[in-house]
Design a protein around this ligand. Structure first.
Ligand SMILES: CC(C)(COP(=O)(O)OP(=O)(O)OC[C@H]1O[C@@H](n2cnc3c(N)ncnc32)[C@H](O)[C@@H]1OP(=O)(O)O)[C@@H](O)C(=O)NCCC(=O)NCCS
Length: 406
């Protein structure tokens, strides 16, 4: 086992290796591309460097004693990005090459079934690993456990510093202790399952069950750039909503809205008030977004935001929202399509693609994480040509269940 630990930003070799494992590696690849500066200057706040911090680490664990010198997709590995200064937001994203092809045999990841509501499986962790051999489960556990233990060591090192620097987040009595107890991670749901239920494989020498809190089941929906419909033109300044001014039951909704972005602290406060997911002002201003706004009643003032979405720090469609009085008029799908088409290509800026060869669509993959129970969001994804792929989960891992470093 060898762990490569790089501070703050990935190397080009790490990005290239993850690109060779697309689409399965997408969340960690995108998180690393954002750490490398993909959103610099194009995010809502116009900031530079907000995709990473001096507390961030890029971790790759190899099932051999050295880093392969060339890309070899047969060499098993696991990779993580961790930035504990982002707590209580998701602090780490984890990928293991064993999750590749982790759909039922014969399933093409981009042709996964989309229209079987009766047989729609919500909790898919066990299903995703049902065909894995005991050796594959053991290897995947070994690699991911090594990353989680390294993250525990990093947490013990940085906890006192972060507590002093960010008292609002870590300085409350008790929270420094909590900070070195657990970490919030995003992970493939099959890996979540094998961490929790190690099985009894004789070749797994490290069989402790990891204690973790597991939130609702989410599906990873994948989009291909070329399948996302063109529903507005980049030069459009307005969107016609189709709502008749003054018609009954429209609650003052306007016949057209202005294309804009989420720009001000008031905008961000509204976005945060509409989502149960913890997001900070700093994080939302650090990612690109698109919004629709009413025209202001008074010249020189901003009209109220009515719909918005962001490209998140892991490249996924974040916080898609339409205010109730505008729902059912196609705003969400038009806005999400515009966002994906506008920003899919920005990730090319972080891999060594010569500027003249960039085509505005990058590797062509985009994604959304949608609750397995959220039918309205699933409907929006389908209308945008997305396909349901594997399941993903947010977990809070208890460090003391990880066992000792090996
Ligand atoms: C999900 C949400 C953004 C949809 O907004 P919207 O502007 O009403 O969506 P659209 O009008 O663009 O609808 C897009 C498609 O989804 C379908 N759809 C929308 N809501 C639906 C629902 N509740 N049930 C079934 N289908 C639905 C529409 O029929 C439409 O399909 P069509 O083009 O074939 O007619 C909105 O309901 C919302 O803000 N919900 C709360 C927040 C949320 O759940 N966000 C997603 C987090 S991942």
């Amino acid at each position: 086992m060898y762990i490569e630990d790089v501070a703050e930003k990935p190397t080009q070799a790490q990005l290239r290796l993850l690109r060779a494992h697309l689409p399965y590696s997408l969340p960690v690849l995108r998180r690393l591309q954002v750490a490398a500066g993909a959103f610099d200057g194009i995010n809502s706040g116009g900031t530079i460097g907000s995709g990473t911090s001096e507390y961030a680490h890029v971790l790759f664990a190899y099932d051999q004693d050295y880093v392969p010198s060339e890309i070899d997709t047969e060499v098993p590995f696991a990779a993580a990005f961790v930035d504990l200064s982002k707590t209580p937001e998701t602090a780490t994203w984890i990928y293991a090459s064993d999750q590749d092809q982790s759909l039922p045999i014969g399933t093409n990841v981009y042709a996964a079934d989309n229209d079987q509501p009766e047989s729609w499986v919500v909790d898919r962790g066990a299903e995703l690993v049902s065909t894995w051999s005991p050796a594959r489960r053991a290897r995947c556990r070994r690699l991911v456990l090594a990353l989680l233990r390294r993250i525990r060591t990093i947490a013990r090192d940085v906890a006192p510093i972060l507590a002093a620097l960010l008292p609002a987040r870590f300085g409350i009595p008790g929270t420094v202790d909590d900070f070195v107890k657990h970490v919030k991670a995003n992970i493939h749901d099959g890996i979540r399952y094998v961490l929790q239920y190690p099985g009894d494989a004789a070749d797994d020498t490290d069989r402790a069950a990891v204690a973790l809190t597991y939130f609702d089941a989410y599906d990873k929906w994948l989009f291909r750039f070329e399948d996302v419909p063109v529903l507005s033109q980049p030069e459009d300044k307005e969107l016609v909503t189709g709502i008749q001014a003054g018609a009954d039951g429209t609650d003052g909704a306007q016949p057209s809205l202005a294309w804009d972005s989420v720009r001000s602290h008031e905008d961000v406060a509204l976005v945060i008030s509409r989502t149960p997911i913890p997001r900070t002002v700093q994080t939302l201003l650090g990612v690109p977004g698109v919004a629709l706004r009413e025209k202001a009643a008074v010249d020189g003032q901003d009209g109220a935001l009515q719909a918005w979405a962001f490209v998140g720090v892991d490249g996924s469609l974040w916080t898609l929202h339409t205010e109730p009085k505008y729902r059912g008029h196609g705003l969400a799908k038009t806005l999400a399509a515009r966002l994906l088409r506008q920003y899919c290509g920005v990730f090319d800026a972080t891999v060594d693609v010569p500027e003249g060869e960039r085509d505005g669509k990058g590797d062509g993959w985009c994604a959304a994480d949608v609750s397995a129970k959220n039918r309205q969001s699933q409907a929006v994804c389908k209308r945008l040509g997305a396909k349901r792929a594997w399941a993903t989960s947010w977990i809070v891992v208890k460090y003391d269940s990880l066992g000792d470093d090996v």
